[in-house]
Design a protein around this ligand. Structure first.
Ligand SMILES: [Zn+2]
Length: 81
């Protein structure tokens, strides 16, 4: 714990440039590797839809940052039919 009380983002200290902004994932449809941009400024836990850069199928992307700023990304097939 830092003694500096002047830090406006101590509740979520990932906006200081050390958190991951790129994640490498494997498409659940085509199996191809993709590199996606992730935004630590949007929170420690995120979920959104993004399309595969290779086959254009929609993913449900689940993003979670741990306390060290490392990102963990999970993909599910979004067209759950
Ligand atoms: Zn794909």
């Amino acid at each position: 714990m830092r003694g500096n009380g002047d830090d406006p983002i101590e509740d979520f200290p990932l906006g200081d440039g050390t958190a991951d902004t790129i994640a490498h994932v494997i498409c659940p449809y085509c199996g191809e590797p993709n590199e996606i941009a992730v935004d630590p400024g949007s929170g420690a836990s995120q979920e959104y839809i993004e399309d595969c850069q290779v086959c254009c199928q929609p993913w449900r992307v689940t993003v979670a940052y741990d306390g060290t700023g490392a990102v963990h990304v999970h993909l599910d097939a979004a067209d759950d039919t």
